[in-house]
Design a protein around this ligand. Structure first.
Ligand code: ASP
Length: 290
């Protein structure tokens, strides 16, 4: 098995660098202990969702009304896929996304319908899904926006520099690839906003040629279908690292936006690329791979 995990491509505070790296390493290590790539991806992402240092699960950014509505998706190389959008009160959105994949005839479920599935699968719910840090950021934003009307707030949001982050993992064992991505979204987001992370082809993609998880400003990533774009390039014969770099430059050229990604191909070749300042990732491989 080989696995890559990432913790997003947002700016990482200097003081968090080391701690984040060790959680990423733990996530990759525990993922590697699983016997199949889909389970490995789910396990690694769950660990990152449970850690407040990352913008996913418990550490996820809040929407403008102060609620955490989370997005996640998971996909395997046989094209089976599941994702959840704007889910509240669930501890591990990636596991609910996998529930959509395993148990429903659909690919994406959102809001209350997704939660109904979670309850029926006995998934772990959480009374508080907002970390103290996420709440503090939201309170600061509320102070900046106080006294403004709804439409004035939107204008201010459009001008603000968005903070963002996400977590993701890709894995390969034998001929099977898997990819997963989970996020709280961007730091200044309207109620109900959906980014790229749960969208198949944008925030992640996986077929028999490659597995990709992306991160960055979702509004740009969606417009270029970044994850699918990258796998097309692998299918066209580019090597994985070249394909990764080309996909990021294409996003840059077309949208002027910033993103990062991790990718594995069917031979276990690793690619990573980003045009942001930071992107932490960890690659781990066990001796089982030829
Ligand atoms: N792509 C995520 C979103 O737009 C944020 C990120 O990856 O940093 O929701």
């Amino acid at each position: 098995m080989i696995i890559i995990v990432h913790g997003g491509a947002g700016k990482i505070p200097e003081e968090d660098l080391e701690d984040r790296k060790s959680v990423l390493t733990e996530a990759a290590t525990q993922g590697l202990e699983k016997d199949d790539p889909l389970k490995a991806v789910e396990k690694a992402v769950r660990i990152l969702e449970n850690d407040p240092l990352f913008n996913a699960g418990y550490g996820g950014s809040l929407q403008l009304d102060g609620k955490a509505r989370l997005d996640a998706a998971i996909m395997r190389s046989d094209l089976s896929a599941g994702g959840v959008i704007n889910v509240e009160g669930i501890k591990n959105p990636i596991t609910l996304a996998n529930g959509v994949r395993r148990k429903t005839p659909h690919v994406l479920l959102q809001g209350e319908g997704a939660l109904e599935l979670a309850r029926n699968l006995d998934l772990e719910m959480a009374d508080e899904t907002r970390s103290p840090k996420a709440r503090k950021k939201w309170e600061d934003l509320m102070n900046d926006l106080s006294g403004l009307s709804y439409l004035e707030k939107l204008e201010k949001l459009a001008e603000s520099k968005e903070g963002h982050d996400t977590v993701g993992a890709v894995a390969l064992e034998g001929e099977v690839l898997a990819a997963g991505t989970s996020t709280g979204g961007v730091s200044t987001q309207m109620k109900g906003r959906v980014g790229d992370s749960p969208i198949i082809g944008s925030g992640l993609y996986c077929n028999e040629h490659g597995a990709v998880s992306t991160t960055g400003i979702g509004e740009a990533i969606i417009k270029v279908n970044l994850a699918r774009e990258l796998v097309y390039r692998i299918e066209g014969g580019l090597n994985v690292q070249e394909a990764a770099e080309t996909a990021i430059s294409r996003l840059d050229r077309s949208t002027g936006s910033r993103a990062g990604l991790i990718v594995l191909d069917s031979k276990g070749e690793v690619g990573t690329a980003y045009n942001t300042r930071d992107m932490q990732y960890v690659v781990k491989e066990d001796s089982g791979l030829a």
